[in-house]
Design a protein around this ligand. Structure first.
Ligand code: PAF
Length: 286
């Protein structure tokens, strides 16, 4: 059956309530559209685990720190709905900006600590915008489970904290990053790269793999690993490094001496397109 495309919160609630009356569990996949294989993986996971699958598609203005980034963000609703259909989603919730923000929001979410470093350092207000819209979407859908990709690792950690701090009765499921054959993490923004930028982009994933290998091999001095990775990326003419960091997987604070599991995270610009990626790494136990 074709997915029901819904634009109004009231109608969405009716649809979810009807599913609840039939005792169906509800899974939610929040997205900003321009769906690719990584989103489809989230939808497939939700389909396998839940009775009703709701995909939300909303390009959230609150989380964009640059007007040009918001304007150029790919919007492909018709194709997205088709893909949701093919992957068995029951509902596509695609509200307008007015539906989500009928007025300038009075209540927004402030993120402490977890948003200070990594992407938060160069995108002020971004995670407040993400947390605000995710809270609204989870309140609108009221799912049992919500699915997020690990590619946006800082976002994932912040959403887990948001759900815990707001006592939301929803389980957050993380799904591993999906990659192209050359290692580039799938992202809606990849569509904005020129051919030359696309050819240069896998350097980010390559240096993350090299850094993870060094951690596994027992290098405990983060500065050494970071120095090598940053130098290699700074030597790439088309790429402008934003950050390359090794952090604690829960607190996201920098880890100078590696003695346990860490997350290695990076962001870089290719032209005006900003790509992010990350990998987990742990020293091999002898
Ligand atoms: O990861 C995204 O696509 C967005 O940040 C999200 C979680 C849908 C909120 O707008």
């Amino acid at each position: 059956m074709a997915a029901d495309c819904i634009a109004r919160i009231a109608r969405l609630r009716e649809r979810v309530s009807a599913a609840r009356r039939e005792d169906l569990s509800v899974g939610c996949v929040p997205t900003m559209g321009a769906l690719h294989r990584a989103h489809l993986e989230l939808i497939d996971r939700a389909r396998a685990e839940c009775g009703l699958v709701v995909v939300t598609i909303f390009v959230n203005p609150l989380q964009f720190d640059r007007e040009d980034d918001l304007r150029s963000y790919p919007r492909t609703l018709e194709r997205d709905v088709e893909l949701c259909d093919r992957h068995g989603a029951d509902v596509v919730f695609a509200p307008s900006v007015d539906e989500m923000y009928p007025r300038e929001p009075v209540a927004t979410v402030k993120i402490r600590g977890l948003a200070d470093g990594l992407c938060g350092a160069s995108r002020p207000g971004h995670f407040s915008g993400v947390a605000t819209v995710v809270l609204k979407l989870l309140n609108a859908v009221q799912p049992d489970v919500a699915y997020f990709g690990e590619k946006d690792y800082q976002q994932l950690v912040i959403i887990r904290a948001l759900v815990e701090d707001s006592c939301l009765p929803v389980r957050i499921r993380a799904v591993e990053t999906v990659r192209e054959a050359d290692g580039l993490a799938l992202s809606s923004r990849n569509a904005l790269l020129t051919d030359e930028q696309r050819a240069a982009a896998p350097a980010l994933a390559r240096e993350l793999r090299n850094a993870a290998r060094a951690v596994r091999a027992g290098e405990s001095d983060a500065a050494k690993i970071l120095g090598r990775a940053r130098r290699a990326l700074e030597a790439q003419p088309l790429l402008r490094l934003d950050y390359f960091d090794i952090v604690d997987p829960s607190t996201l604070r920098p880890v100078p001496e590696i003695t346990g599991p860490v997350r290695i995270a990076a962001a870089a610009f290719l032209g005006t397109t900003r790509l992010i990626d990350n990998l987990p790494a742990s020293p091999k136990v002898a």
